[in-house]
Design a protein around this ligand. Structure first.
Ligand code: FES
Length: 104
């Protein structure tokens, strides 16, 4: 179901698999900041860029926030929202006959 998440050990690698609006993404369960269990953090949205002094919340369900220090990452790309040069490791995901496969 969209919004679902599981964290599994795959060949000794902890990986989080996320269903974001019906598409699947996989991230290494290790935050690039200090090694926290990134994939156990809350899935949220974020403040959208605006041209005015207003707060517009969006992208609900697309952002993963590390529970340790609150760094936010785009689940689809692994990029940090604050500094896109910082990136959580992602893995390709394939779906076949209703099953989800992570390519590691
Ligand atoms: S370890 Fe994830 S934000 Fe610090």
């Amino acid at each position: 179901m969209p919004g679902d998440r599981i964290v599994r050990d795959l060949d000794g690698l902890s990986v989080g698999i996320f269903n974001v609006h019906g598409r699947f993404y996989a991230l290494h369960n290790r935050c690039p900041h200090r090694g926290g269990a990134l994939c156990r953090g809350p899935v949220t949205g974020t403040a959208l860029p605006t041209s005015d002094f207003e707060f517009v919340y969006g992208r609900e369900g697309e952002i993963l926030r590390c529970a340790w220090h609150g760094w936010e990452f785009d689940i689809a790309t692994g990029h940090s929202l604050v500094d896109p040069r910082i990136r959580a490791k992602t893995y390709p995901v394939e779906v076949a006959d209703g099953d989800v496969y992570v390519v590691i």
